[in-house]
Design a protein around this ligand. Structure first.
Ligand code: GLU
Length: 321
């Protein structure tokens, strides 16, 4: 009898655990390298979401990944629920351009836009590199395969008559590996499309003397910003990173949270509503969100690909008509 009752207690416990585990919906957000801004952004979204876990039944987790292109391709493959990606890469994915040439991903949907990112070129000061055109013959990291910066940098060089990728020694390390590689002289500089401030450039500036190079004088960058709806100029202010005491003007995009058309409306609605309802709390979770407004969350992408669950939350909040 005693044995039986123990057994039935265990059976009951497993039934209860089984039932509650079944009720929970798990969502994963693909981000980027751990020293960038995507990774803490995924963390910030999950933190806000998981506070309401009991009411929503959703448990959010974050994954560090190779970046924008990887995230979109993995969502397309059905192996990732959400991902953060650059707005230029989102555009190219839906239009079948760049890394998605002739393979448009029509079911890609945007949940919301987040922080601005700038294409940042950091070099070791002792290389003497002062402008983009000084990169000739230098060891430059353009971004790991699957990263957003790799896609953006390739497009920049493709549009540049004067300097091609064949003129530089191309490296493809992950962004998190770059500060050390720069210090150890394995690379002379690296491109990173990222929000500011970021731990990555703090690491670099604290371990060796660095400089940030303006891209404002590069004709190919000027042409791209003029022609492409997703590019805009921005400034990394003087003093943001140790030893860089001048403003750095360059161009960039928006970091955008994406998912697939197949993601249930309710899940996307609850996620979007959680961020809108806790916007002030969310903003405090990373300094790259400093100037963000709720209206900014709808900028930098074509509203035709806004996920209906997100549209519902934005409408309820009175931000979308
Ligand atoms: N923009 C980068 C990418 O798409 C990631 C930046 C970050 O991790 O903050 O790969």
């Amino acid at each position: 009898m005693g044995k039986l009752s123990t057994l039935s207690k265990a059976a009951l416990a497993s039934m209860i655990l089984g039932a509650s585990a079944y009720a929970i919906e798990f969502i994963t957000i693909g981000t980027g390298g751990v020293t960038g801004v995507y990774y803490p952004t995924g963390g910030a979204i999950c933190r806000i979401m998981n506070k309401n876990k009991k009411e929503t039944g959703i448990k959010c987790t974050v994954e560090s990944t190779g970046g924008s292109v990887y995230n979109i391709k993995t969502i397309k493959a059905g192996e990732l629920d959400f991902g953060i990606a650059q707005s230029d890469v989102v555009y190219q994915a839906t239009h079948g351009e760049g890394k998605f040439k002739d393979k448009p991903y029509k079911d890609l949907r945007v949940v919301m836009s987040i922080h601005p990112e700038l294409l940042t070129l950091a070099v070791r000061k002792d290389t003497g590199i002062k402008s983009f055109f000084d990169l000739k013959g230098k060891k430059i990291n353009i971004g790991n395969p699957g990263s957003g910066q790799e896609a953006t940098v390739k497009m920049l060089f493709e549009n540049c008559g004067k300097l091609s990728l064949d003129d530089i020694k191309v490296e493809q390390l992950k962004a998190a590996e770059c500060p050390n590689a720069l210090k150890d002289k394995k690379i002379d500089g690296y491109f990173y499309m990222v929000g500011h401030p970021t731990a990555n450039f703090k690491d670099a500036a604290n371990s060796t003397e660095i400089d940030l190079i303006s891209l404002k004088d590069v004709p190919a960058a000027q042409k791209l910003v003029e022609e492409k709806p997703y590019y805009a100029w921005g400034t990394i202010p003087a003093g943001m990173y140790k030893g860089v005491d001048h403003d750095t003007e360059t161009y960039g995009v928006k970091a955008v949270l994406v998912t697939s058309k197949q993601m249930p409306e309710k899940t996307v609605y609850l996620l979007t509503k959680a961020i809108l309802d806790n916007f002030d709390k969310f903003k405090k979770l990373h300094p790259a969100y400093k100037n963000l407004t709720k209206e900014d969350l709808l900028k930098g992408f074509d509203h035709n690909i806004l996920h209906p669950g997100a549209a519902k939350a934005f409408k309820e909040a009175g931000i979308l008509k």
